[in-house]
Design a protein around this ligand. Structure first.
Ligand code: ZN
Ligand code: ZN
Length: 201
């Protein structure tokens, strides 16, 4: 598919709506999620048939959630803080798993000037002109990514370990300090009392 076709598709528009802006990270996440779902021959997870593990907390994760239907709240979207543009998808039905990771030889979607402008936006010192320059750079980098085939962007490899266990719903206990109901398995014992991690300081 070409960037033009993808940008006009309902699925990509949903990703855009959810994320709020077009950017190279979202485009990479979209490509990774579509490649992963195709590899698994899986359909969007209404419940927990698909599991996604993301190794970044950047823009791409929003496309992963929309395309796969795996969400943080359902417990089938798992974050590992590795700082890599890499996503693993499991299909519980078939037991298959696949990891989609950005290739080292792929150029950084954000060039140095782009990065400098983003820093200015973060610091709140960017002018209107600089903001529109970033939008143009975001669009150009996104189109380049969406015009590539997934195998050009990513290393796609089968995973042989089983999918992580399903999310469990644990009973709550009231924290001995703040009194708030807290999942019992997340509490800490202190001086013979069960305390929530927020109160532990
Ligand atoms: Zn973004
Ligand atoms: Zn507490």
């Amino acid at each position: 598919m070409s960037a033009q076709t993808i940008l006009a598709s309902d699925l990509f528009k949903k990703c855009l709506d959810f994320h709020g802006h077009l950017c190279p990270g979202l485009s990479l996440g979209y490509q990774a999620a579509v490649a992963g779902m195709e590899w698994l021959s899986a359909r969007r997870a209404e419940d927990e048939e698909v599991v996604a593990i993301v190794e970044t907390d950047a823009c791409g994760c929003d496309a992963i959630q929309v395309v796969t239907g795996c969400t943080f709240g359902k417990g089938n979207f798992i974050y590992r803080d590795y700082g890599k543009t890499a996503f693993t998808f499991f299909n519980r039905k078939t037991g298959q798993g696949v990891r989609v990771a950005r290739k080292a030889e792929q150029q950084d979607p954000i060039d140095p000037e782009h990065r400098q402008l983003l820093a200015k936006i973060r610091q709140g010192t960017a002018t209107d002109l600089e903001r529109s320059l970033v939008r143009a750079k975001h669009e150009k980098a996104s189109k380049r990514i969406l015009d590539l085939r997934p195998y050009e962007l990513f290393t796609i490899s089968e995973i042989t370990v089983p999918a992580p266990e399903k999310a469990r719903i644990e009973p709550s206990l009231n924290c001995a300090v703040c009194g708030e109901p807290t999942m019992s398995t997340k509490m800490v014992e202190k001086d013979g009392q069960s305390i929530c991690r927020g109160c532990l300081g």
